[in-house]
Design a protein around this ligand. Structure first.
Ligand code: TYD
Length: 203
């Protein structure tokens, strides 16, 4: 395996979680030590912030939203991600700082560069080494969703901007990004990920 810190990204309903579960089963079958973290969340502080961010009970302004994502991320990096990586444990991250660049930077219009810099500070420049981007048309992904949280229930136009943000990131960081069509059969995408991450004996 050629990387230890891998993020899975995509708009709501792109199927990141099933991909991560499949990959985790493969790593388990090889006794490869790994941990799965989710953002927002992954620590007790982070899970508290998650409730503030996603509940329909709060009206969070865009900048406060970006800062709350950064706060939970700073806690997660120090408490879980860096200690795991330092112990040679692979980290599979369900979303990462790249989500904020796409959602808050492009989607909310706070600025791609500004949100990139804010996140760089929050994570002390520890960006994921590899990013799997599950790309999908928002019209399709939104129709797959059952119960949407506050951010996930935004309009299709918002998710079109988020998707644009992701594609811009993938273009800027070509060497770290793998773009997959989220509508592909899951086995096809798992095989592509295994090849890209050089995971041996992938089923
Ligand atoms: P999540 O629980 O991962 O939902 P999903 O299963 O749809 O991926 O994420 C919650 C929501 O928070 C989702 O709408 C994406 C949004 N989000 C941001 O806007 N910025 C961020 O930095 C992160 C991590 C998530």
């Amino acid at each position: 395996m050629n990387s230890n810190y891998i993020a899975f990204e995509g708009i709501d309903g792109s199927g990141k979680t099933s991909i991560i579960e499949n990959l985790s089963d493969i790593l388990n079958s090889q006794n490869k030590e790994h941990t799965i973290v989710r953002e927002p969340g992954g620590t007790s502080v982070g899970e508290g912030i998650r409730k503030l961010l996603l509940s329909h009970d709060y009206q969070v302004n865009p900048l406060a939203e970006a800062l709350l994502f950064c706060a939970q991320r700073s806690q997660l990096i120090e408490e879980v991600v860096l200690p795991s990586l330092n112990n040679g444990v692979v980290v599979l991250s369900d979303r990462s700082a790249y989500s904020s660049v796409a959602y808050q930077g492009e989607g909310r219009g706070l600025g791609y560069e500004k949100i990139y810099q804010l996140n760089d500070i929050s994570i002390q420049s520890n960006w994921p080494e590899r990013v799997v981007l599950l790309d999908i048309d928002p019209e399709v992904s939104l129709s797959r969703q059952q119960v949407a949280d506050r951010i996930g229930s935004d309009k299709v136009e918002f998710f079109q901007k988020v998707r644009k943000g992701y594609l811009k990131l993938a273009e800027e960081f070509k060497d770290s990004f793998l773009i997959l069509n989220a509508e592909n059969n899951i086995e096809v995408n798992i095989e592509a990920i295994c090849n890209w991450l050089e995971i041996d004996n992938c089923k």
